[in-house]
Design a protein around this ligand. Sequence first.
Ligand code: DHB
Ligand code: MG
Length: 238
Amino acid sequence: MAENEQATSALTALQRQRAIQEAITHLFAPEDEGLRHALSAAKTGGLPEIQISPLEGKLLQFLAVTCNARKILEIGSLAGYSGIWLARALPPDGKLITLEINPHHADIVRQSFAWAGVNERAEVRVGNALDLLPTLQDEAPFDLIFIDADKAPYPSYLQWALRLSRPGSIIVADNCVRGGEGLRPPEQLQDEGNIGIATFNQQVASNPRLLSLALVIDDGFMDGFTIAVVRPDTDDSK
Ligand code: DHB
Ligand code: MG
């Protein structure tokens, strides 16, 4: 195949992939006014536009319902977009606690939760997650824990997620592929964030208490979620 023909067919493949993804989103994960408001409030507030995609939001809901989630913990709220998806998967008496380091972002999140009608069951707590996580032990176990904060401490967030979970809990982390960097041996990496993610992936994959995989789910085949379920306790006496 001539070089330009190859480039054309590669472009067409990418376009086809995008069109399929858009059609799936349109059918299975349409955004309502509440979600769209959260995105525009984030933009107006000057937050980075790094929200999860609607399909990722729907996957979070799917996982939350699968594990009968009544209590969800989110580490890193950003603009509340993922929090809205998560909170909507909860029963009326369920609770989402989301941790946010930036008080300005937290105000935007509260407003977006109110706009989306989830503020009764979604609470934002402001502070460094590594300071807040030890204060959550009385409220554990959480049925689903979603990690989407600064990347270097992902291994520490994993340790807390394991402490604050139960057999059957689901742990999800965003940005775990990073164009392949997140799957390389950490000692070969320079960037602290990528080292954090690669170490997290190794720890998740090798933990006998977890059943896990990484999923590429963004539209450029570059990034996605690592998902893990805490296995039922094995009975060593048998
Ligand atoms: C970044 C962080 C995220 O959580 C994300 O989804 C994309 C990018 C970042 O820090 O660059
Ligand atoms: Mg992210």
